[in-house]
Design a protein around this ligand. Structure first.
Ligand code: FDA
Length: 311
């Protein structure tokens, strides 16, 4: 972003891929407090409790079992099994009208066995359909975009409500929005959270924002179900305005924000009658997720540093 030196974001995103820094951060005593702000807890029960609370306060939820870049089939299977358990528990608690799940294909084996990832996510989609809810495929770095959109297209033949995430920082995304702005298609539009080269991604905050506006126009004027995922007040206001312009009622699009980020704004939009979905991560593999949140916003780093100093 343009609010701080780009090098800061690069350094943190580089650290997000370092196992040495990971060990340091994970064992630091202050880390717990920081993690708690962005992550609902480590167990299925923690996730269920947080979902109850958010749904009870008038929000909807998409749950993410933390994990990415798994390297063995056993790890990938364990992630799939947790999603199946979660969906059973959500259905049992009568929460599936307000809660769906978000899935990272790299957690299901995409990086080493695309077919395995497909089989795993297919099982999750089937369980979600049986439970009366939906799945959204998170989008990771640009080397996975084609594979993820390909898997999405195959899943949608049997599970048409499977959602995708498109990242406004990628130069290709306007075209992808056009492709996916069709009836029944659920598309989450976000800015994008990974470090990407100039050849594929806009680098300045201004260019990313402009792309976001072009993309939200395409989605809101199209036939699909747009999910505007941003905390940016300017983009939220533009989204509200364009939704009015295109005559979208509150059940024809939604806003999405991350757990722990601008909770007051989430409540405010819901209070105005908008559908608002909180992205709710849980699990013990929180390192990559947390580092991307820290890279986004200097204030989060200050929070992190303060927790360190107060020890
Ligand atoms: P940005 O971080 O640029 O912030 C813009 C403005 O928002 C700030 O200037 C400030 O005014 C306000 N703001 C932001 N944080 C604030 C805070 N804590 N308190 C007060 N004001 C604050 N990415 C990805 O690559 N793949 C994915 O699948 C997803 N999925 C996803 C789902 C959901 C529901 C969300 C909300 C986001 C994602 N993302 C994602 C992350 C996304 O790409 C992006 O990195 C973050 O949302 C941060 O970008 P913003 O749009 O919030 O704006």
């Amino acid at each position: 972003g343009g609010r701080y030196a780009p090098s800061m974001r690069s350094v943190i995103l580089a650290a997000s891929r370092s196992s040495r820094v990971e060990r340091l951060v994970e064992t630091a005593p202050f880390t717990r407090d920081v993690v708690r702000r962005f992550v609902a807890g480590t167990t299925t029960d923690d996730a269920l409790r947080a979902t109850h609370e958010l749904v009870g306060s008038g929000l909807t939820v998409t749950l993410d079992y933390l994990g990415e870049d798994t390297v063995t089939p056993e790890q990938a299977t364990a992630v799939r099994e947790e999603y199946l358990t979660l969906l059973t528990v959500l259905a049992g608690a009568d929460l599936t009208s307000g809660a769906e799940v978000s899935v990272k294909l790299s957690a299901l084996g995409q990086k080493f066995d695309e077919k395995l990832a497909y089989d795993n996510v297919r099982a999750i989609c089937a369980a979600a359909a049986a439970a009366g809810t939906t799945v959204t495929l998170d989008m990771e770095d640009h080397t996975t975009t084609d594979s993820t959109l390909d898997i999405l297209a195959r899943l949608r033949k049997d599970f048409p409500s499977t959602g995708a995430v498109l990242q406004a920082y990628l130069r290709r995304t306007e075209a992808d929005c056009r492709e996916l702005a069709t009836a029944g298609s659920r598309v989450r539009l976000c800015k994008g959270a990974y470090k990407e080269p100039e050849s594929v991604a806009y680098q300045s905050a201004r260019d990313v924002d402009k792309s976001y506006v072009r993309c939200l126009n395409i989605l809101l004027s199209g036939a699909g179900y747009p999910m505007l995922a941003t905390h940016d007040p300017r983009l939220i206001a533009i989204g509200q305005d364009r939704a009015r312009w295109f005559d979208r009622s509150p059940d024809e699009f939604e806003f999405q924000m991350l757990y722990g980020v601008r909770p007051d704004e989430q409540a405010r939009l819901a209070g105005e009658g908008h559908t608002v979905r909180t992205y709710l991560p849980y699990g013990s593999d929180w390192y990559g997720y947390l580092m991307r949140r820290l890279a986004e916003r200097p204030a989060n780093l200050v929070f992190f540093a303060r927790a360190l100093i107060s020890r």
